[in-house]
Design a binder for this molecule. Structure first.
Ligand code: 5RP
Length: 230
């Protein structure tokens, strides 16, 4: 099975958790898009859900495929959110934000009673950090924020590159109008300490570690579906 088919299988398994009438947070990225396509088929067959998208990109796809959307302000409590991830560790802590949508993704996940992660087997890790950690930052004072991130990382024994994400030779701008720094720190043994240090920096809007948010991870590998529960 190739990576795309594994993503489809994880998405299909997650769809079994979606019930009629649910208020549903809908993630961003290639795995989440496979979920959206399968969800759209169910909606065409009569399933009723109210979707809250985690990005403009996901909103566009949902609208194209006929999935009814609401905003998080109109629908502030969600029954379930389903999203992909860049890394999943054994405690179901995640790194997210490879697709640049981490802020809305984290707000949506935190508004959901249950949060299901869908991924192919390449995303499971023993310890977070091989995937560069995306950090969403305010444009103002970018250099001050960059230096502060490097300082707190060093205090925690971490070092590495902080790269301003770009797209088509321009800085990548998130749906919230912010910039992204990708932090290649390597293994992050104490993700909670790093999280606390990062959110204390004024220019940091949010970071891509999703700690203690995941209810279930549905991982599709060569041997089929593995369900990891917290
Ligand atoms: C977007 C994300 C994605 O969920 C993450 O990057 C995984 O994407 P993909 O399913 O394409 O591998 O966090 O911000």
């Amino acid at each position: 099975m190739d990576a795309t088919n594994r993503k489809i299988e994880a998405a299909r398994a997650a769809l079994a958790h979606v019930e009629d009438g649910m208020r549903l947070g809908i993630g961003t990225g290639s795995t989440a898009e496979e979920f959206v396509k399968l969800l759209a088929e169910k909606v065409a067959d009569g399933l009723t859900i109210t979707g809250v998208p985690t990005s403009e990109r996901t909103a566009r796809l949902c609208m194209e495929l006929g999935i009814k959307l609401s905003s998080l302000d109109e629908t502030p409590v969600l029954d379930l959110a389903i999203d992909g991830a860049d890394e999943v560790d054994p405690a179901l802590d995640l790194i997210k934000g490879g697709g640049g949508a981490l802020l809305r993704e984290k707000i949506v996940a935190s508004a959901a009673k249950r949060f299901i992660v869908i991924a192919d087997g390449s995303k499971t890790v023993d310890c977070l950090g091989a995937f560069p950690l995306p950090i969403e930052v305010n444009r103002y004072g970018l250099e001050v924020t960059r230096l502060a991130i490097l300082r707190v990382a060093q205090e925690l024994g971490l070092s590495g590159e902080l790269t301003l994400r770009s797209a088509r030779d321009e800085p990548f701008v998130t749906d919230g109008g912010h910039l992204l720094l990708d932090a290649s720190f390597g293994r992050i043994p104490d993700s909670r300490a790093l999280s606390a240090a990062l959110v204390a920096i004024p220019g940091v809007v949010e970071h891509g570690m999703f700690l203690g948010l995941t209810t279930l991870a549905i991982i599709a590998g060569d041997d089929g579906i593995e369900v990891m529960q917290s």
